[in-house]
Design a protein around this ligand. Structure first.
Ligand SMILES: NC(=O)c1ccc[n+]([C@@H]2O[C@H](COP(=O)([O-])OP(=O)(O)OC[C@H]3O[C@@H](n4cnc5c(N)ncnc54)[C@H](O)[C@@H]3O)[C@@H](O)[C@H]2O)c1
Ligand SMILES: O=C(O)C[C@H](O)C(=O)O
Length: 329
């Protein structure tokens, strides 16, 4: 007769909580489990939905050959002690909308989620995904009171992956041979940097003419909207989940990857009181350092315009939150 082991086979497994078990959240849960990175807690307001998704993912474990636990829940108590919390809760945009049109609906959701999550996982590192991304990251930073190295937003990794894809398609090379940095806000004012793009070390500017590069930059700027218009039912989620998973992996495995990450700036690039995408090293403590690139006047001007737009929306969001909590004068 087989006797069950008295202690679990895996003594310790890190835990990643994903708040919002929709398309990005559930795809991210699958990626994390199948890459064998951590146990996952999927939390949503919808009753039964995260539980069903978790059971479905658990039933794939034998086939996918990993042993990670996936828990679905509506209760923040189940998220207790998470190493990483990812916030994907909130509405995606519909065709014709900008990400900023989601400010009113998503601000309260993200602030509440961040407050609840930090109360149960005070040592966690937070990654915000909900749009409008830069404003939501800033609000979550304020709501949690975390040091800025422990709370960040995912956007630049996705926008850079899109730019890399379009360059690879144009040149007929592998996307993994292309490296780019897209900084700034996650919106039409994002700042792709062709000057820093390379294909296996060869500057992009040696391979494509200016007009072609500009066309690919524009496609990158509208990469999210292109998918929203095609799908008609919401936004992208496969590449966003992969991009978030890359950040989770760099933190959990202390890889110290240098990635474009949205972070509250405290004077870098001459900017403060704003969260925006800049190159950061990501390790086990979160953001280990922010890299200040020597930008040209044109690049710096574009970053400043991007930051100003985020700052205006932060003020709008704060007014919306004041009214909704009854704190308006
Ligand atoms: N930063 C990025 O690059 C990026 C990429 C893709 C999507 N997004 C954004 O991520 C968000 C989620 O996108 P999606 O496609 O997964 O949407 P979705 O509608 O599939 O999922 C959102 C989930 O959030 C849940 N939710 C709503 N309020 C909640 C609350 N208070 N607590 C817990 N869960 C709650 C919903 O029930 C739903 O299951 C959107 O705002 C979208 O715009 C950002
Ligand atoms: O475009 C969106 O609304 C979703 C996301 O921000 C994306 O870039 O795919």
């Amino acid at each position: 007769m087989y006797t069950s082991p008295s202690s679990p086979i895996l003594c310790y497994s890190p835990r990643v909580t994903i708040i919002g078990a929709g398309r990005v959240g559930s795809t991210l849960a699958q990626r994390i489990a199948e890459k064998n990175l951590a146990d996952v807690v999927l939390l949503d307001i919808l009753q039964g939905m995260p539980q069903g998704l978790a059971l479905d993912l658990m039933e794939a474990r034998g086939i996918e050959m990993h042993n990670r636990q996936i828990i679905g829940t509506n209760d923040y108590a189940d998220t207790t002690g998470s190493e990483i919390v990812v916030i994907t809760a909130g509405f995606p945009r519909k065709p014709g909308m900008s990400r900023d049109d989601l400010l009113r609906t998503n601000a309260k959701i993200v602030v509440e989620a961040a407050k609840q999550a930090i109360a149960h996982s005070p040592d966690a590192i937070f990654i915000v995904v909900t749009n409008p991304l830069d404003v939501m990251t800033y609000l979550a930073w304020q709501a949690t009171g975390l040091s800025r190295d422990r709370i960040m937003g995912m956007a630049g990794v996705l926008d850079s992956a899109r730019f890399e894809t379009f360059i690879a398609m144009e040149l007929g090379v592998l996307p993994r041979d292309v490296k780019t940095m897209v900084l700034g806000s996650h919106g039409d004012l994002m700042v792709p940097l062709p000057r820093f793009a390379t294909v296996n070390g060869i500057p992009l500017t040696e391979l494509l003419d200016q007009a072609t590069i500009e066309r690919l930059v524009e496609r990158t700027r509208h990469g999210g909207a292109e998918i929203v218009e095609l799908m008609q039912t919401g936004g992208a989620f496969f590449a966003p989940a992969s991009a978030t998973c890359m950040m989770v992996e760099s933190i959990l495995l202390n890889q110290s990857r240098l990635l474009p990450v949205t972070v509250a700036l405290t004077g870098e690039y001459g900017l403060e009181d704003v969260a925006i995408g800049v190159p950061c090293r990501l390790g086990c403590g979160g953001i280990a350092s922010v890299l200040e690139l020597d930008l040209s006047d044109e690049e710096m001007g574009a970053l400043r315009i991007s930051a100003e737009s985020v700052q205006q929306n932060i003020v709008r969001a704060q007014e919306i939150l004041m009214v909704s909590t009854g704190n308006a004068q």
